[in-house]
Design a binder for this molecule. Structure first.
Ligand SMILES: Cc1cc2nc3c(=O)[nH]c(=O)nc-3n(C[C@H](O)[C@H](O)[C@H](O)COP(=O)(O)OP(=O)(O)OC[C@H]3O[C@@H](n4cnc5c(N)ncnc54)[C@H](O)[C@@H]3O)c2cc1C
Length: 434
């Protein structure tokens, strides 16, 4: 493969991280984004989900810091809030309140702030061209391979490698179809979950001994989750979500009523008298959706797919951005390895990068009776009943809590919850409180 020019389609997080990696391997990189980028940390229509709570777990933050040294400092300087986890949070799990051990650190900030900070770092690169307000409408063929992209403006842009990072709405299956490839097999696990979110001002002097609230559902008995997290600008983001069609509502009274219906009144009592800073926004496109490109019998040279375009998760588990960062790391590795067949190799690694997060998200979602998916397998039910015991033990045991947090943060694989150290503590806890 020549390394003259790479094109990235989509300038959200997966696309920006791909750009960062490709700049190390190609003479020129062009980023094509349908929107125009805002000058600062502001909302744009192409990332409608950015009005909702976004948590960047440890693994994702570490990888982004590796790609953009000093990123954390930039975020903190811009007002991101440092949380000790779970020490600074009131965290109601399916098995009750989590003890407030001091085990990890989390930065909380708005999604537009993160995108702005990453874009600002890339803007300094002389090898990057940013084509805003334009759109890729198809792939340019060279035989059965990809030679570039067609733009809405009518131009054809040649490229040695094209990266599709256009998110859930990706048209890659149709684009590949025009080159003669079959559609990839897909898996959909839809918990019918909807978000509703609103910003509130943190009252001056507010100090009840916690900084964040996270009240989880306890499926199948309860389906509502609520999060209240501090962000830059002295504000909270409050995201309420409901699964099984019990969508977070966007009406003023309904929003508060929904908050009242969470498993504990603390979130409702906190926002009831707080000053709203925004309208209430809803979002319902949250199904776990995987396109198995790695299973296609043939794959074109010059084209790869990553981010939500390849695998999107129910966002309530906060995994999409971290998985995008892990895939960016894999892209870098593939470009450093043997160049022959890198595209197929990359799709296999994208699938592998997503598998732990997929197992967590779909395993949890299959607890809801209404989740639209193939029938729950016995294996999922058995794993879930073990996970229930892990959660209960993590609530009182710091060692198990740390292991669970590492899995949630994608720093360790789900299988690590079956390590002898965790198993022994879970068993001991079960014997103490059967
Ligand atoms: C409600 C909600 C909450 C979430 N919370 C979290 C969280 O807490 N933690 C977490 O890690 N993740 C979270 N996510 C997931 C996270 O938002 C995504 O994983 C992340 O944005 C990476 O997605 P992406 O870059 O692949 O695609 P997207 O963010 O969907 O971006 C796609 C981009 O491509 C552009 N585009 C589309 N088509 C074209 C085209 N043809 N030509 C040019 N440009 C195009 C769009 O304008 C957009 O900029 C959440 C998602 C939702 C929906």
């Amino acid at each position: 493969m020549n390394r003259d020019h790479a094109v990235v389609i989509g300038g959200s997080l997966a696309g920006l991280l791909a750009v960062r990696v490709l700049l190390d391997h190609f003479d020129r990189v062009t980023l094509v984004e349908r929107d125009r980028f805002p000058a600062g940390a502001a909302f744009r229509p192409g990332i409608p989900q950015s009005r909702h709570l976004h948590v960047l777990w440890t693994r994702g933050m570490e990888l982004m810091e590796d790609l953009f040294p000093g990123l954390e400092e930039t975020l903190i300087h811009a007002g991101a809030v440092e949380l000790k986890v779970p020490a600074d949070a009131l965290w109601l799990t399916s098995a009750g309140w989590r003890t407030r051990f001091d085990l990890a650190r989390l930065l909380t900030f708005s999604r537009p702030l993160l995108d702005w900070a990453v874009r600002a770092r890339l803007a300094a690169s002389p090898s990057l061209d940013v084509l805003e307000g334009n759109e890729v409408t198809g792939l340019l063929p060279r035989g059965a391979d990809v030679a570039g992209v067609a733009l809405r403006s009518g131009e054809a842009m040649a490229a040695d490698l094209v990266v599709d990072a256009t998110g859930r709405g990706s048209r890659a299956p149709a684009w590949l179809g025009t080159l003669g490839y079959p559609a990839p097999p897909e898996t959909l696990v839809d918990p019918l979950l909807g978000y509703a979110s609103r910003y509130y001002a943190i009252p001056p002097g507010f100090d009840p001994g916690w900084k964040a609230l996270y009240l989880q559902a306890d499926p199948p008995a309860t389906r509502r989750t609520g999060g209240l997290f501090p962000q830059e600008g002295g504000r909270w983001i409050c995201s309420l979500s409901g699964a099984g069609g019990d969508y977070g509502p966007t009406g003023e009274d309904a929003f508060l009523e929904f908050a009242k219906g969470l498993r504990d009144p603390v979130l409702y009592e906190t926002i009831r008298d707080a000053e709203p800073l925004s309208p209430i926004c809803g979002f319902r496109r949250t199904a776990n959706h995987r396109r198995h490109y790695e299973r296609l019998p043939a794959w074109p040279r010059g084209f790869v797919v990553m981010g939500d375009a390849a695998c999107a998760f129910n966002p309530i588990y906060g995994q999409g951005m971290s998985v995008a960062a892990i895939s960016a790391l894999e892209l870098d590795r593939c470009l450093r390895d043997e160049p022959d067949g890198l595209e197929r190799r990359f799709q296999r690694r994208v699938a592998r990068s997503a598998s732990g997060a997929w197992l967590i998200a779909t395993g949890e979602d299959l607890r809801y009776r209404e989740t639209e998916a193939a029938p729950t397998r016995l294996r999922t039910r058995l794993i879930n009943s073990y996970v229930d015991r892990v959660v209960a033990t993590a609530n009182v045991n710091p060692r198990v809590c740390a292991s669970l947090l590492e899995v949630i943060a994608l720093s360790s694989p789900p299988a690590s919850l079956f390590s002898p150290a965790v198993l022994a503590r879970v068993t001991a806890n079960r014997l103490r409180s059967p």
